[in-house]
Write a protein that binds this ligand. Sequence first.
Ligand SMILES: [Ca+2]
Length: 549
Amino acid sequence: MLRPGAAGDSRVASRCIARRLNLYFTAMTERHYAAIGLTFAAMLLAAAPIRAQEPTTVTAPAGACAGLRDLRLPDVRLTEVVDAPDSLAHGDLARTPHCRVTGVISKEILFVVTLPNRWNQRLLMGGNGGFAGVINRAVARNATYGYVTVSTNTGHRDPDDGAGAKWALNNPERQIDYAFLGVHRTVEVAKVLAKAFYGSEPRYSYFDGCSNGGRQGLMEVERYPEDFDGVVAGAPAIPFTHIFASFARNLRAAYPTPAYFAKPIVTQANLDLLSARVLEACDALDGVKDGVLGDPRDCKFQLSSLPSCPNDKAAASCVTRAQRHAIETIYSPLTDAEGTVIYPGQPLGGENLPGGWAAWIAGADSLVMHDFHYPSLQPFFAIEGARYLLFGDPSWDYTQNRADLYKEGRRISAMYDADDPNISKFGARKGKLILWHGWADPALNPLETIKYYEQVVAKNADAREYVRLFMEPGVLHCAGGNGPSNAPWLATIVKWVENGVAPEQVTATKQDSTGKVILARPLCAYPKHAVYKGSGNSADANNFVCREP
Ligand SMILES: [Ca+2]
C-alpha cells in the first residue's frame, strides 16, 4: 500500500511520490520476484529434463564492463557504466557480480540495464505503473538469478510534486514515448548492450508488468511482436481512454465538487455495510465462506436491499439518497447515448478493504491525499489525465467542463489504447502471453481483460496456443485483498516459452506479515475456475480443482 515517507521530512516524502505510485502498481511484481528465485531453484533441482533445457550459462569476458564505456550507439548516450564485482558492498538488488549501464535514448528516455557476469541468456524487462516517470528498480533483483534486466522511465521524469501528468503538457514526444515507444526503443538498446557485453544476443526475452505495465506489455505484443518471447500482463490498462472516462464519471458521482474531497458522499461505514451485505448474499456461492467471491458475475446482490436512512439522515446502518446514487453509479456501466457500454460497471467485492474503494474510487484516503493531493486515485488519474494528456489545459475543471471524455478521448486513443486483438504475428513467432487480473480490482475493471481475451480468441483461431488468462478471485489492484495474489508468473512463462509447457493452472499464495503462507489456491486458465472439492482445509490449494463453468 501507499505509505507515508520518512516521518517529519515532507521534502523526502514528496520526492518519493511517483516512485511510490510506481511501487504501488508494481508491488505485486516486486513481491513475486522474491518467490521467483525459490521457484527457479526448485526448477533447477527438479526433474532432469527441465535442467537439460535450461540455456547454458554464459560468462562475460574479463574487462567487458569497461569495454562498454567505449561503445557508441546512434541516438544513445551511456551516462554511467558501473562494474560491480561485489554487489553486496553496493547494496544492489542484483546480488551477484554485474555491470550496470545507465543511459539516455533520444532526448530523455532514461534506462538502466543490469548485466550479470554469469548470464542465463535471458533478458527481462520490468514495466511501469501509473504515469511512469521512474525506473522500475525492482526488476534488477532478477539479475541475481542470471537475467539481464532492463527498465526505462519511458521518456519523462517524475515531477516530484505529486502533479502527476504535467510532464505531458504540449509535449507530443513525451506522450508517444510514454504511450508505447519508450519500452520498444529501450529493449532494442538492451539487446545491443547484451551482445556487446557477452558476445551474443539474448536467447529469450521477457516482459513483466502490472497496471500501466500490463498495458505496456500488450502494446509490445500488438505493435512490436518481435521484441519479446514471453509477456506477462497483469491487470492491464487496456482501453486507456475509456478508463479515464470511467474515472471521470465516478469522480463526478462520488465528489460532485472538490468540496467533497475532504468529506466524500460515500463513507467508510457505507462501504463496510455494503461489503457485509454483498458477502452475506454471495460469499458462499463458491462453496467457501472466506470473504472472497469466486466469480462476482454469479452474485445477484441488489443495491435496493440496503436500507434507506430515515429522513435521509446519514447513519452507519443505512444509506442516504445521495450515497445510494453514488454507489449505484459506480456499479453501473458507462454507456453512450444509445446504451452501448463504453466501460463496464465495477464488479461486486472488496468494497471496504484497505486498497479498495476508499483508496481508488470514493473515499478520502489520507495517504493518497498526502501523496497525490487528491482524495483517492481515480480522481487523481481522471483530472491529471484530462488536463495534460487529453485537453492540454491545466485549468480544466470537472465541475465546469461536462464533455464526454470517451468521445474526447478518440483524439488520443490510437496512441494510448492497447486494445488491438489481432496478435497473430506474435503467435506466429511462438510468442506467449499471460494475462491475469484480480476479480476485486477497484482501479481497472477485470471484465475488460476478459473482454480483450475473448476478442483475441475470436480473432485468432489458434490463440489458446499462445494466450492464457488467469482471473484472481478476491484480489485488488495488482496485489492485496482477501484472495491470494502471489503467483510465479515469470517461472510459468519461461517454462511455456522454453519448454512448451502451457499453463493450465498456477498456485497463488497469500502470506502474513512474517512471510508465512496462510492461503494457497489454484488459479485456473480461463474460462476454468477453481472449485472447492467440498472437504479439507480451504486454505490448501490441493482441496480445489479447476473446472469449466
Ligand atoms: Ca467465497
